[in-house]
Ligand binder design. Structure first.
Ligand code: IPD
Ligand code: CA
Length: 261
């Protein structure tokens, strides 16, 4: 059964990625959501509509949680978690780092994730128990265990000036000083996928929502990595703090985070 879900999710992510790319090339309207720096575009809405309609047509009893519209409550144990465009600020500025993220949860547990990166021609995907893949290639996390050899990623929450934003700036500096470098991709899902395939050795961010996390979490875990709260406890999206790593860097990163507070 999950193979059928995966096939539909991959085709849908591919079509959605093509639609997003088409909008980026032809132009689109952009609005703000509350804060001046929290954007949503015409493309986010159009891609979300395509994804939601396709899921509703194929699985009318499934629940759906998406970034840009009200949740749909179904009767089955399955829930889709969708970010139509992750990296919307990049997208709105013509920057190529954005993706479509589709995850499926069964009784609260993510069981598959598909992430389409149309400008990179890369699809990251995983199904629980079956490993993680980039296009046709099996991927795994890196083997780095020393900060001096690591390339890391950090995100900064939208609520600039907040306590967690201040902590993020401080951590950025601390990580930068002891690693090979720190990146801020602008898409949480891409950051997670890049941990999964060994481009990054660790990634942390405050303020993420379920649609920023769900697909990437399955992909990192199936690639052999770890995704938890920043204190190492089981990830609880309501706590809005996330640490992902290749596993070897998890304890060093937890120690680093604890030392900052
Ligand atoms: C955002 C991106 C970004 C992260 C933000 C997210 P959006 O999602 O994932 O990297 O720093 O916290 O909200 O708005 O582009 O879908
Ligand atoms: Ca989004």
């Amino acid at each position: 059964m999950t193979m059928h879900f995966l096939q539909i999710a991959k085709k849908l992510a591919h079509d959605a990625g093509k639609m997003a790319l088409h909008y980026q090339e032809k132009g689109f309207r952009t609005e703000t959501k509350g804060a001046f720096n929290n954007l949503v575009t015409e493309a986010d809405h159009a891609v979300e509509k395509l994804i939601v309609e396709t899921i509703r047509k194929n699985f009318p009893d499934h629940s759906i949680l998406t970034e840009e519209s009200d949740p749909i409550q179904g009767t089955s144990e399955y829930k889709w978690i969708i970010d139509p465009i992750d990296g919307t600020t990049n997208f709105a500025h013509g920057h190529p780092m954005f993706c479509v993220s589709i995850a499926l949860i069964e009784n609260g547990k993510p069981i598959l994730g598909v992430v389409e990166m149309p400008t990179l021609n890369e699809t990251f995907w995983a199904r629980s128990g079956d490993g993680a893949y980039r296009n046709r290639h099996r991927i795994s996390v890196s083997q780095k265990s020393d900060f001096k050899e690591c390339l890391l990623a950090i995100g900064v929450p939208y609520d600039r000036g907040s306590e967690r934003a201040e902590k993020s700036y401080k951590m950025l500096r601390g990580l930068y000083e002891q690693s090979r470098g720190v990146r801020r991709t602008g898409s949480a899902v891409m950051d997670l996928c890049f941990v999964a395939c060994g481009r990054y050795d660790g990634y942390l961010e405050y303020g993420l929502k379920p649609w920023d996390i769900a697909a990437g979490k399955v992909i990192v875990e199936e690639a052999g990595g770890m995704v938890t709260n920043m204190d190492g406890s089981i990830l609880n999206p309501k706590e809005e703090n996330l640490l992902a790593s290749n596993g070897l860097m998890h304890q060093p990163l937890m120690d680093f985070i604890r030392a900052q507070s």
